[in-house]
Design a protein around this ligand. Structure first.
Ligand code: PLP
Length: 397
């Protein structure tokens, strides 16, 4: 018998399936709030001007497509180190590895934990980005969850979170946290709550695994690192997985990094050598182009300024749409209060819509929302906000 004939069909990705349905929807008045990428006012995911300029420069100056070192482009790694850690941690305590996107970074970090810190469990927030579970399991870790979202589905259940960290974990367990702009909910801890979390992580000897995929999309580049800085103030060891897909708009170029903080330089050197073993066995060395773009931009003051203002433009557009939506909903008679969305950060929000309401919104109005009620705020259209609000009011009223 053929070996492949009995292989079952894997379930399709539910979010991508909704986008296919959206594209096939013949209605002209429709809106896609499901996707996980930034959209500008014309509905495009643009290439940033600073990226285009850096690419032009690279075409002129790049001399080779030879392999990068296993841990990546040195210039890229030192810029990422500054962006993520500022000067909080001495460089010799950091092991930094370029990775193919935040996903690649998480996989490398997961395998590092599974092989070097065994037996390790990783605690994920409930809910979290769906891929976290799959990545961590594939890396060989046991996956547990900790409480995150309150029953209102729009705010943090901070007491339950602390309680779970205090009672469910053992020293040496890894705890994954979204450093900012929690996906899918948009619900982040406040600065004071980060202090409490950091204290518990430090005193219980937990390993923070910080997923930093949206730096600059919440309150600003430095502001969004507050949680991370607070954690690093209390924990001598941590791993940060960063992604430059969103804040440089480099999605398909696959640019990310693992930044491991060790308690001392000797431990960082050994950890780096093991991270490199993991990289070698997975993809040998990272792709060049995206990292080279980021390094080219951050090497150049003018391009860096251009990047910061383009990032700020994306951040402010999201904030503006969020406010406009909440104000629009407040004018809809009989609609519930959406003002808690104003406390949420980043591209995503849990709207509080139920799976049934999301279904009705799609079938009746052509507004596509994930069944969990997650909306991509950047997918909203400023000019059609009233239309969107009355559609939402129709299904929640
Ligand atoms: N982590 C979170 C929370 C994300 O939302 C994403 C992307 O959607 C990633 C990691 C992965 O990013 P990348 O596309 O760089 O692999």
């Amino acid at each position: 018998p053929n070996r492949f004939d009995s292989i079952p069909l894997a379930p399709p990705d539910s979010i991508l399936g909704l986008t296919e349905a959206f594209l096939a929807d013949p209605r002209t008045e429709k809106m896609n709030l499901t996707v996980g990428v930034y959209k500008d006012a014309s509905g495009l995911t643009p290439i940033l001007k600073c990226v285009k300029a850096a690419e032009r420069k690279l075409v002129e100056t790049e001399k080779t497509k030879g392999y990068l070192p296993i841990d990546g482009f040195p210039d890229y790694r030192s810029h990422v180190q500054k962006l993520v850690f500022s000067d909080q941690i001495p460089a010799d305590r950091i092991a930094m590895v370029q990775a193919p996107g935040g996903t690649g970074a998480l996989r490398v970090a997961g395998e590092f934990l599974a092989t070097q810190c065994s037996p390790t469990r990783v605690f994920l927030p409930n809910p979290t980005w769906a891929n976290h579970n799959a990545i961590m399991r594939s890396a060989g870790l046991d996956v547990e969850t900790y409480s995150y979202l309150a029953n209102d589905r729009r705010s943090l259940d901070f007491d339950a979170l602390l309680d779970d960290l205090n009672t469910k974990t053992r020293p040496g367990d890894a705890v994954l946290m979204h450093a900012c702009c929690h996906n899918p909910t948009g619900v982040d801890p406040t600065a004071d709550q980060w202090k409490e979390i950091a204290k518990v992580m430090g005193s219980r000897g937990l390993i923070p695994l910080l997923d930093f995929a949206y730096q600059g999309f919440g309150d600003g580049l430095d502001e969004d690192a507050v949680g991370l800085r607070t954690i690093l103030g209390q924990c001598p060891e941590a791993i940060v997985c960063s992604s430059y897909s969103k804040n440089f708009g480099l999605y398909s170029e696959r640019v990310g990094a693992v930044g491991l903080v060790a308690a001392n330089a000797a431990a960082a050197t050994a950890a780096l050598s093991q991270l490199k073993v993991t990289v070698r066995a997975n993809y040998s060395n990272p792709p060049r182009h995206g990292g080279a773009i980021v390094a080219t931009i951050l090497d150049d003051d003018e391009l860096t300024q251009m990047w910061k203002s383009e990032l700020e433009e994306m951040r402010l557009r999201i904030t503006h749409l969020r406010t406009q939506f909440v104000e629009g909903m407040s004018k809809q008679a009989g609609a519930p209060d959406f003002s808690s969305l104003l406390n949420q950060k980043g591209m995503f929000s849990y709207s509080g819509l139920t799976a049934m309401q999301a279904d009705e919104l799609r079938s009746k109005h052509g507004v596509y929302v994930v069944g969990s009620g997650r909306i991509n705020v950047a997918g909203m259209d400023e000019k059609r906000m009233d239309w969107l609000c009355s559609a939402v009011a129709d299904v929640v009223g």
